[in-house]
Design a protein around this ligand. Structure first.
Ligand code: EMZ
Length: 386
């Protein structure tokens, strides 16, 4: 693999030697858990490592200063978590339906065709962000044109050029969701807001605050992660044109390819939990009310589980990656994300001969002394047709 698409593993040494590393986040430190086995064990143990803490505190960087609304079901622990999740699970499985896939196929094909007509494509603003936002209209089941508003928000709803945690920007999303809920209440339709407004929860209707909690998660959770996955995929195919040829000849491997690239990219580096009792992980003492993070990116390169973890094997057979999280809280949007990637890979393999990288600026996250490439701030490419 050539270098533009390479995502190095900064956690290797610490994972091997200690299994954890402590980092500071806004004076609320976090112990990052680095081994696959421990990440899965802690994710499963929701009693000791909870999600239902102060809203925003399980996210790293913490969002406690920019939001009060609890994201649902993300920031709720079992058993209540399961009750909320049951309300939305069926809705988030709609991407398995034929009609949904046809909508995605049409969107992705036209996006690629448009990209083919440009000789210097700004991948993020002209391809990945619009594709992510437009695909989201299918998940919400609302008019396609609504995506234009979301595109104008940029890659991350809480992050701006000025600040990693931008309250003004977050307020744009909150106001937008408040209005959209009111609108659906006044004129119910077939969309996600209307479904949430009409459903029964513990013998009552959901409150507006609860619906807002689901909607913030839907908008924020699958945004930069999907965009990073799209950008990283395109960079990978640019560096490895043979992979496009192989996918075209063996389309049946596309499921494995999507899982393998998700493992390798790990679009979300980690997710936090709050410790509810004094305990320890890897002989490291953790006190009650401190924070840990489940480092999916490190677990996904753990050689105890993955043979040649830094190599991409398009048809990797055994792949228990945690790129979509693990256990109760595994990603609700994963079905949608997987469909987008599968259709993207197949359609690229069908229409595109080669992708040239014209310019790239890497997006590097800083976690204590770790530097992790998560994707690109800018990627300019040319798609060459077959
Ligand atoms: C939260 C999170 C969910 C958080 C699975 O991830 O995604 C982040 O991008 C948001 O900032 O609020 O939704």
């Amino acid at each position: 693999m050539r270098n533009k698409s390479r995502i190095p593993d900064p956690f290797e040494k610490a994972r091997l030697e200690k299994g954890w590393e402590s980092i500071n986040d806004q004076d609320d430190p976090v112990s990052m858990i680095l081994r696959h086995k421990d990440v899965r064990r802690c994710a499963h143990n929701y009693k000791t490592f909870q999600s239902g803490a102060t809203p925003g505190r399980i996210v790293v960087p913490s969002e406690v200063n920019i939001r009060d609304t609890r994201q649902i079901p993300f920031e709720v622990d079992p058993p209540l978590h399961g009750e909320y999740r049951a309300l939305v699970e069926g809705w988030f499985k709609r991407p398995l339906e034929q009609g949904y896939q046809e909508q995605l196929q049409h969107l992705i094909r036209t996006s690629i065709e448009e990209a083919l007509s440009k000789d210097d494509l700004d991948l993020i603003s002209e391809f990945s962000l619009p594709l992510q936002s437009r695909a989201l209209t299918f998940l919400l089941n609302i008019p396609f044109t609504e995506a234009e508003t979301w595109i104008s928000w940029g890659t991350h709803v809480f992050r701006s050029e000025e600040s990693a945690l931008d309250k003004d920007k977050a307020n744009i999303l909150y106001d937008y969701i408040d209005q959209a809920i009111d609108q659906a209440a006044a004129q119910p339709g077939e969309d996600l807001y209307s479904m949430l407004l009409s459903c029964e929860f513990q013998g009552r209707k959901l409150t507006k605050e609860e619906i807002k909690g689901v909607m913030i998660l839907t908008f924020a959770g699958g945004r930069d992660t999907v965009i990073n996955a799209l950008n990283n995929s395109i960079a990978y195919f640019a560096d490895n044109p043979a992979s496009l040829i192989r996918l075209n000849q063996e389309p049946e491997i596309v499921h494995q390819t999507v899982e393998e690239l998700i493992r390798y990219f790990s679009p979300l580096t980690h997710m936090g939990r709050v410790v509810t009792e004094d305990t320890q992980v890897c002989n490291h003492a953790l006190s009650s009310d401190s924070r840990i993070s489940l480092c999916w990116a490190s677990a996904n390169r753990d050689p105890a589980v993955f043979e040649n973890p830094n190599e991409i094997q398009l048809d990797r057979k055994i792949n228990p990656h945690v790129g979509f999280g693990f256990s109760h809280h595994k990603c609700l949007g994963a079905t949608h994300a997987r469909q987008i990637l599968r259709i993207l890979y197949k359609t690229l393999a069908e229409l595109v001969k080669e992708i040239k990288i014209i310019g790239a600026e890497e997006n590097i996250e800083h976690w204590g002394d770790f530097r992790r490439k998560v994707g690109f701030n800018e990627l300019r490419v040319q798609f060459i047709p077959k």
